[in-house]
Design a protein around this ligand. Sequence first.
Ligand SMILES: Nc1ncnc2c1ncn2[C@@H]1O[C@H](COP(=O)(O)OP(=O)(O)OP(=O)(O)O)[C@@H](O)[C@H]1O
Length: 795
Amino acid sequence: MPRPAKRRWRPRGRARRCLPEPGRSPPAALEAARGGGGTAVSRATPQGRHQDAAPRARSGQPAEFEEARPDGVGHAGGGRRRASAPFVSVALRVRPAPATASGDISVWAKPPEEGGARQRMLCCSRGYVVEEYEFSRVFGPADDNRALFHDMQGPALTSSVFGGVNETLFAYGQTGSGKTHTIFGSGEEAGLLGLFVDAFFQQAEAFPGSSIHVCCYEVFGDTLTDLVNPRRPIEQGNLHSDDVVTDEVFVKTRLCQYQIVRVSRVETCLDLLHEARANRAKGVSSCNSSSSRSHAVVHLFVQNPTVGAPRHHDSEGGRQSTIGALTLVDLAGTEREHDNPSDQGKKSARLLNTSLSSLNRLLRKLQTNSLDESERRQSVLNKCLWEYLRPGCGIAMVFCVSPLAKHRSTTLSTLAMATDSKLIRSQRKSHYVQIPDKSQPSGTCPNVQCIPVQSPRAAPSPLAPRGPEGPPPRSGPRGTPGRPASSGASAAGGRGPERGASRRSRAGEDELVQSWPAGELETPTGLDLGCPQTVRSLSLQITELRRRLRRARARSADRDGRAERDREQLGADLDAARRECETLRALFIRQQQQQQTAFWTGPFLDLLAPRDAALAAGELPPRPRPPQAAAEAVRSPVLVWAPRGRACGGSPAGATSAHPPAARPPGSGGGAAALPPPAPATDPPPHVPPKAARLRGAGAPPAPMLGTEGGGSTCLDAILLERDYWRAVASGLQRGTQGESQRCSERSSGKAPGLWDCGGSSTSQTLQETVGDPSPTAWSDTGSELSLRSSAAEA
Ligand SMILES: Nc1ncnc2c1ncn2[C@@H]1O[C@H](COP(=O)(O)OP(=O)(O)OP(=O)(O)O)[C@@H](O)[C@H]1O
């Protein structure tokens, strides 16, 4: 069986390094690569698989990137698109080497092979290694912005925006690599923005009733600055003050405002954008003496009511209008912080790099199809671009690189990002707003509020020829969330960067409604504003909506207050419960101590004396003599407590009967004691704890002498002494735990045996005297697990 070929892992998105063929000098290999030989190099793909470039290039039919029809038919807003991206998504632009720059060239566009119409390959030399990359398009130094506009499907993108799609185009790359030149142009050369503005106004002629709105702002760190200044065009009479509305966005708890201007002439629009470019922050970077020190964002909004085909009339008789936006982003250049010559430049480079990192993360998530809402909040730039990057928008990126070898490391990282960005799949969706029909009776005007279609993809393309019924409704491939109704409403008067989420102030809405001339409102809304009933109906609706809003606010404030009160109450309850637990725990510990003290100083020791007394009186039979081994074992000098009331000293208890009783030491209490067995003269004295020894010195009975005559009573004396000692200890413990000065009194001779008075004890112990039972105790502890019942039978 043939073994499967081993597949080697390669880093994702990196080109494989190919050494030149043996026998060929490195320059020859480079020349071969430059000349389109392509045999000594390999291509990078976003999946990290590297294929031989030649076969695919020869076929002339690349499967990955398709041509879009220039008019955008079949692509924008419809549901008939093919899975592959119809638009150019990732292009790479190599700028010309500066005239003053010296040094080697490390990056160049590879000319298309015979039969290939477009440049798609880029070569990057790393000394003896050449890497080859493939992109949608590769533009060399000879390509100007107009060529870029056409090859990037500028007309198709324009049509797409008129069809209600949000299209976004980025310029991304190192500082000085030509991003601003690409977007805004330089010198006499118009940038993509100017070319798009031209295309938009041309397209607007084909759609009467459509309107174009423009705004431009810059983002630097956490600040957003409006770059548009419509004052001069207003003074010149090119704009009405009614054409300007102000939108606002919350940026880190600050409210930033920027203006959206409705423009009806190309020149006015270009003037505004020219001035906006001039207003942009500039500085010096490591590679550019006139470097943009901010990210510039330009939105061109298009509202196109005419494409709402009559077949979309709903039961209320409304019609639809598309809302699309073209967003051009000129990102600030990436630059190593320490490369910037000035302190201020270093600081701004740090801020710009931070926001670029956030954007990179967002783009990485787009590449892996895992974009989530959290990315929106990572930076102000992300927040502004979120609505134009999220699924449903078209994304195109132009990566600009410098050809110089000294910039190779930065160029390689740009190439890696560009390679990975090929994974981004734009699922374009059209956005519609519902506009009430003029044919409705004036008294029953439908709600003016604009609503989006349920699924933009379900809406037919405004440009694509369709059957009479249109395509069946289909949901988006990934369940793309629907656009909130507010966005459509906002879009009707110009949309901000945070269209779905930004909250236009009520004053702003009023301004919008009031500032818009009635005649122009009629077109997009389809209302007859000359009719007093319509106006009254509108004002009634507004009043009703405001009333509802007030009520909703009051309700939520009420709920907030209640929740806060509940929280405080719960906190107080928790504290009280904690305190109670502590008290109970302390009480339990005290009880345990008292019970144990009462047991060890009372019943336990009482078990000893009565038995001794009984033995002495001869009421108990002598115990059988233990075997010799046991006798030897119990000769231990340690006082051993045996359970169930048996205590023994240094000799077996069975030997006690042979010895006469001895007198009890004074103060030991109790009756006559049984004699312990005699101990050999060599036996060591019983162990007495040091504390007991000290007690003896302070009036305690003298230590018994073992091994002398009367040794049987000596053991008993030892036990009694120990008992006294433990009683003294117990008294101390009781005083300590209860804080009382009482001490346990010695068992009084007048009391019945087994009755132990433990003054001050508050435990539930009861010490019961068993009537007629000479043996002392039937002791029970109902308050603890300790329980001891001793009986005469057991003895
Ligand atoms: N393709 C090009 N053709 C001609 N000139 C170019 C090209 N690209 C860049 N330049 C010139 O290079 C200089 C720097 O370009 P530009 O300011 O666009 O770089 P940038 O990437 O925007 O830099 P930064 O990020 O620092 O703003 C400009 O003078 C510009 O005219």
